[in-house]
Design a protein around this ligand. Sequence first.
Ligand SMILES: NC(=O)c1ccc[n+]([C@@H]2O[C@H](COP(=O)([O-])OP(=O)(O)OC[C@H]3O[C@@H](n4cnc5c(N)ncnc54)[C@H](OP(=O)(O)O)[C@@H]3O)[C@@H](O)[C@H]2O)c1
Length: 229
Amino acid sequence: MSTVLLTGASRGIGAEFVRQYAADGWRVHALARDPGNARGLAEVCRVSGDRVRVHAVDVTDHAAIDALATDLAGTPIDVLLNVAGVLVANPFGQSDYERWMNSIRVNVFGPMKVSEAFVDHVTASEQRKIVTLTSVLGSIGGNEAGGMYDYRSTKAAVNAVMKSMSVDLAGRRIIAVPIHPGWVRTDMGGSRAEVDVATSVTGLRAVIAGLTIAQSGRFLTFQGAELPW
Ligand SMILES: NC(=O)c1ccc[n+]([C@@H]2O[C@H](COP(=O)([O-])OP(=O)(O)OC[C@H]3O[C@@H](n4cnc5c(N)ncnc54)[C@H](OP(=O)(O)O)[C@@H]3O)[C@@H](O)[C@H]2O)c1
């Protein structure tokens, strides 16, 4: 039985990952900062039984991440999935630097810290994959609309993080990729988004399942296409 550990499991894309992986027979470690308020996650847990273990972890709380990694020492993690993210879309001239710093803590330091804390668990697994949900809005080459300084910069930064990880962890035969989930109908994506959450996660899971070491360090979409950095 394969094991996935993911952040941002309370709602949106993360909760759907929990639902689909559990339904597929995977063991799931679902991290949410406030599981008591995660109604979607509670329902998934109810139907999934003991395949899903929920852990209360805020991705900005590095001590809590380290404590969980110690708690799960010896547990191989096939897929480490960084899903938690925040979107602040400040236009030029209206930067809120405190909020921007929080976005950096969640969107950049979060995936980095979780990956550092759990790299031995991933190394001990069969599949050895570290995946971070990024955004096409983090593509510098693809930026023609401007704006969104906060969100774009954090996703461009986490893309750089994942690229370096792909190089540094190749010796452990770990595949590390940033993947864009599409424009998805969640609280973040809004009701006018193009893709429903089930379709996005079905595509993401297929891409993750098919990842090869040759794809490590590529910037991919939920349909397996490659994006410009
Ligand atoms: N939806 C889209 O169109 C789209 C497009 C491109 C990329 N993405 C990326 O895909 C990922 C998931 O997006 P989504 O649409 O599912 O977003 P969402 O519905 O807004 O959910 C965001 C998730 O991140 C969690 N989170 C935020 N701050 C956190 C923290 N400090 N510690 C732990 N968890 C935290 C939230 O937990 P709480 O419930 O506790 O707030 C929630 O589970 C994000 O990284 C996002 O940038 C989404």
